[in-house]
Design a protein around this ligand. Structure first.
Ligand SMILES: Cc1cc2nc3c(=O)[nH]c(=O)nc-3n(C[C@H](O)[C@H](O)[C@H](O)COP(=O)(O)O)c2cc1C
Length: 274
């Protein structure tokens, strides 16, 4: 059996799937039924475009679950105004309730985040979710230790002038590192994923915006991520495996704040070349 399973009663032989295939591996047989020939199977990225585009529900892909490929529900399509407000109302949350985030909710967030695009449909992003208070404390302390070393270098302070104040706030008893978030989510990708950082940043962005629809808040954990990049001790505390060279963390929790307006941002510089 080939990769494509065609319901010949439903197939209109219109070649839509073949035209859409980004890897150009779908061939139309003599009777115009789509197929992937054995010698090109390896080039198929399993991206699912063929399944998604067939308007007649005539095509299945052997490596893509049919049950996991539901039809798009018109009633759930959001218009541009709703989408714009949803995206614009996402904000970094820096005050959280102590309430832990339920595992099922985190799982749902990550299940949605996996639909972010990945280079070559590599889907190599993995996740480390830390809710253990003692481990989070160690990550914070080690991050501050790293920052204390960093600020000894005037060039580092010039590049990140907020560092001394962040350390001072920590020393004054404020969690300036993880803002009291009960959960730290780190997206990781192995060294073999050439564009792993791009892939995981996109996945985290999906998680970031989707979280607000579930009543959750997030904030990108740049200080921890900077420490992860430079300190093996922080990587160990954050459970990053040795051969994973791409990572970034985000705070997650129930927000103790609510926002009411959509402050404007800088006017974008756009160069249209026509
Ligand atoms: C890559 C990245 C790292 C960040 N790191 C931190 C951080 O360590 N601590 C923090 O409080 N905010 C952090 N932020 C949040 C930014 O300050 C915030 O996104 C920006 O001020 C815009 O505000 P908004 O996210 O509420 O729209 C980070 C944001 C990004 C994108």
């Amino acid at each position: 059996m080939g990769l494509l399973i065609i319901d010949e009663k439903k197939c209109r032989k219109d070649g839509i799937c073949a035209r859409e295939c980004p890897a150009a591996v779908i061939n139309l047989s003599e009777n115009s039924i789509p197929e992937i020939l054995p010698d090109t199977e390896a080039r198929c990225m399993d991206c699912g475009h063929c399944v998604a585009i067939c308007p007649h529900d005539a095509l299945r892909h052997a490596r893509i679950s049919a049950a996991g490929s539901p039809a798009i529900q018109p009633a759930l399509v959001i218009d541009a105004a709703r989408a714009e407000q949803f995206l614009r109302s996402r904000r970094s949350v820096r005050r959280y309730h102590a309430k832990p985030v339920e595992k099922e909710k985190i799982q749902r967030l990550i299940e949605v985040a996996r639909y972010a695009p990945t280079a070559g449909n590599g889907q190599s992003v993995e996740w480390i979710v830390i809710g253990d208070g003692e481990r989070l404390r160690r990550i914070r302390v080690l991050t501050v230790d790293f920052m204390r070393e960093l600020v000894k270098n005037p060039q580092a302070v010039a590049a990140a002038p907020y560092l001394p104040a962040t350390i001072a706030a920590w020393d004054a008893g404020n969690d300036s590192i993880l803002r009291g978030a009960p959960t730290l989510v780190t997206a990781i990708a192995p060294a073999s994923a050439r564009l792993g950082l791009v892939d995981l940043t996109l996945a985290l962005s999906y998680l970031d915006v989707f979280a607000q629809s579930m009543g959750l808040g997030t904030c990108w954990a740049g200080l921890v991520s900077g420490a992860l990049e430079n300190s093996a001790a922080v990587r160990e505390a954050a459970c990053i495996p040795e051969n994973y060279t791409h990572y970034y963390s985000i705070m997650l929790g129930y927000p103790a704040v609510q926002y009411h307006r959509l402050p404007e941002r800088k006017t974008p510089k756009i160069t249209f070349v026509e």
